[in-house]
Ligand binder design. Structure first.
Ligand code: ZN
Length: 340
């Protein structure tokens, strides 16, 4: 009988007590991990918030905008300025989450320009030329380009994108980032040093985005006569000679990590892909080419320098159900979106 009782107690221990102790230990360990994670997150947040006061939004309440065509200077409230930037930089038909991402990126870009001013526009903050700073259009000019019956709704959509993200900027280690953006990445973005030389920014890594090929900005072609190609390059490189009868008279020498042309040989010279892009007006440095009887044809993927947020990529992600914060975190590595 005693033996039987022993077996019953032993069985009870095996079936109930031991698993219960194990589970408890595991749970305790998990809880400890959670606490550590929370503390880690907290300490990171604390570090960041301690640096935010210098980006107090009220310090950026008014923007001095330099109109690059007329030379006029206009002062306007920052949010009003951002309505003009978002409506100039991104098609209003894009998803609202993409427009919100653009609003936060434009606000971040603006504050970076102000806090890192190199005095390129005198005592003004920023200009309205997309090739220099970021594009801007007045409400009046914007309305004139929209269908009359849609104009008011379109404008409200832009206002909503800016107002619903009011005061939000992107930071890395508590510092405002240089929020580069472009039209279409061709499927993969580029690092800054491959475009402008110099240093790379830790938050600007090369990232892939699906769905970019569904936009009209993805594919383009430039066909140019053999003679005109030489003439265009000769403006910068007077020594150029191309003997098209030679094999590899034009040859891509090196690609960047994202597959864009870093260096290309044209006859007797080698130049950067970025320079050829400028000289020929190609939409990006992500190109291949074909030499034909009388011409050279360039097949180009993507539109713009390829650094930072891709606008069509943002819209593509938004249409896949991704919100503006995650869109921003997709294009800018390891950043925070903070209220200032
Ligand atoms: Zn400018």
């Amino acid at each position: 009988m005693k033996k039987f009782l022993f077996y019953v107690i032993a069985l009870f221990c095996i079936v109930f007590l031991i698993p219960s102790i194990c589970t408890k230990t595991k749970r305790q360990a998990q809880t400890k991990d959670n606490i550590e994670n929370v503390e880690e997150t907290k300490s990171t947040e604390n570090n960041d918030t301690s640096t935010y006061p210098k980006y107090n939004y009220s310090n950026f309440a008014t923007i001095k905008l330099y109109h690059s065509k007329t030379g006029e200077i206009e002062e306007l409230p920052i949010d009003e300025y951002l309505y003009g930037v978002v409506s100039a930089e991104m098609p209003v038909k894009y998803d609202i989450e993409a427009l919100k991402a653009q609003a936060v990126v434009a606000r971040t870009y603006t504050i970076y320009q102000i806090t890192h001013s190199n005095g390129k526009h005198g005592d003004t903050d920023i200009c309205d030329n997309y090739a220099c700073c970021q594009a801007w259009i007045s409400k009046e000019d914007r309305f004139a380009k929209w269908e009359k019956k849609e104009a008011e709704d379109n404008w409200q959509k832009i206002v909503n994108a800016v107002d619903s993200t009011q005061g939000k900027i992107i930071t890395y280690n508590g510092e405002v980032i240089d929020a580069f953006f472009h039209s279409n990445s061709g499927g993969i973005t580029e690092t800054a040093s491959n475009v402008w030389g110099g240093q790379n920014f830790p938050y600007l890594q090369s990232v892939e985005t699906s769905g970019e090929d569904e936009y009209s900005e993805y594919n383009s072609e430039v066909e140019i006569s053999k003679e005109e190609l030489i003439n265009k390059i000769r403006k910068k490189h007077s020594e150029i000679e191309i003997n098209y009868d030679e094999q590899d008279s034009i040859k891509i020498i090196e690609l960047t990590e994202s597959g864009r042309v870093k260096t290309i040989k044209l006859g007797n010279i080698e130049i950067a892909g970025t320079e050829l892009r400028t000289l020929l007006g190609l939409k990006s440095t992500n190109f291949s080419f074909e030499i034909r009887d009388n011409s050279v044809i360039f097949f180009v993927k993507g539109y713009g320098h390829g650094v930072g947020m891709s606008q069509t990529g943002a819209d593509s992600l938004a249409k896949q159900g991704i919100n503006y914060e995650d869109i921003i975190k997709h294009f800018y590595y390891n950043v925070q979106i903070v209220d200032i």
